[in-house]
Design a protein around this ligand. Structure first.
Ligand code: SF4
Ligand code: SF4
Length: 346
């Protein structure tokens, strides 16, 4: 681990050098209906990078686990695997999204490793960027604080006059060659820590209790059907809360083929446990069963997954407090702070 400093005036040249040498993906603005939103996109112009973004519409996991991914293509007996990892730099990931990426790494690596994900992940260099502007629904400072962001290669923090760049791995160290860096002073390192603490203080929403107490009370509320029916009464079962979530990792796999009956493929797409068909299964002979038919059951399932079921495996809740679900829900009922805070203690 080593700490470096780059002056503001040297930053664009660093980014240009990086873009010339590698594929670089980072947060850029996307304006729609006079509203400025942000997305992770491939950078061609250094000026397009917006490290002052609040939150992106979709999380950066899409770079390794895209919404739609061909697992294989076939042409008669010839099969081409879909894994084509590209060496890229994912630049400007917020710390809460880094925590989510690390959770996704663990979940895709456990038992049968999913190379369709891990091959892409291993080919990437990930640079975290401290939060400069906090999103209006964020609560990352009060959830799962026992789990620290990890798995990144470098961490960049804006301070007066430039940025502190902490190289964490050899891959993070390798990026230094593209810019004019000096060793960071103790004062600059302290300023970077203060910037992170200040951002945490600005989180507008707050989850009460600890991860353990919340896991206990959410689990204990499983049989309180009247509670889940009330929470879910305005739910459209649209699945938006899942789609924008950095820790959701369910997918659907479909085989398809062209009319020639000889060529086709196998494709996976993101799936969503809030949608009506998610838990529908075939019983054969045209019969079906849906083991979470009611929207209250699906709504409850999401909260069991986020606050309780995965805690042991991940060391904390499967929610990083990004607030994307709260903002994406048309009915404004998906906010984990509103739901979990209002469940009575076990
Ligand atoms: S549940 Fe909501 S706040 Fe938590 S990580 Fe997912 S989208 Fe973010
Ligand atoms: S909680 Fe909100 S975002 Fe999620 S499925 Fe229901 S209506 Fe859609």
């Amino acid at each position: 681990m080593s700490f470096h400093f780059i002056k503001d005036q040297d930053f664009p040249a660093f980014l240009s050098g990086l873009i010339k040498a590698r594929t670089v993906v980072g947060p850029v603005a996307k304006t729609s209906r006079q509203q400025e939103k942000f997305v992770f996109a491939r950078l061609t112009d250094p000026a397009a990078l917006r490290l002052d973004y609040d939150v992106t519409i979709l999380p950066p996991k899409k770079e390794f686990f895209p919404p739609k991914q061909n697992l294989l293509l076939f042409d008669g007996p010839r099969v081409t695997p879909g894994i084509e990892p590209e060496e890229k730099v994912l630049f400007g990931v917020h710390p809460y999204d880094m925590k989510a990426l690390d959770m996704t790494d663990a979940l895709f690596r456990e038992k049968n490793e999913d190379r369709n994900y891990t091959a892409h992940r291993e080919a990437a260099t990930v640079v975290v960027s401290s939060v400069q502007k906090v999103s209006p629904r964020a609560f990352w400072a009060s959830i799962g604080t026992e789990v620290k962001p990890k798995g990144h290669d470098a961490w960049l923090t804006k301070v007066a006059g430039g940025c502190v760049y902490e190289a964490v791995t050899a891959k993070g160290e390798a990026l230094l060659q593209h810019g004019k860096f000096a060793a960071a002073s103790e004062e600059q390192k302290k300023a970077a820590r203060r910037a992170d603490e200040e951002a945490a203080r600005q989180c507008p929403e707050k989850l009460q209790g600890t991860s353990a107490s919340n896991a206990k009370k959410v689990r204990a509320a499983f049989s309180r059907e009247e509670l889940w029916t009330k929470f879910a009464q305005d739910c459209f079962s649209c699945g938006s809360c899942n789609t924008v979530c950095p820790t959701c990792y369910c997918f659907d796999v479909q085989d398809w083929w062209h009319v020639d009956q000889n060529t086709g493929g196998r494709t996976r797409t993101w799936d969503s446990c809030l949608t009506e068909d998610f838990a529908k299964i075939s019983l054969g002979a045209g019969a079906q069963e849906n083991f979470r038919e009611e929207r209250a059951e699906r709504f409850r399932h999401r909260f069991m997954r986020k606050a309780a079921y995965l805690n042991e495996k991940l060391g904390g809740p499967a929610c990083v407090g990004c607030g994307r679900c709260s903002a994406a829900c048309t009915a404004d009922i998906a906010d984990p702070t509103a739901v979990i805070n209002s469940i009575p203690e076990a």
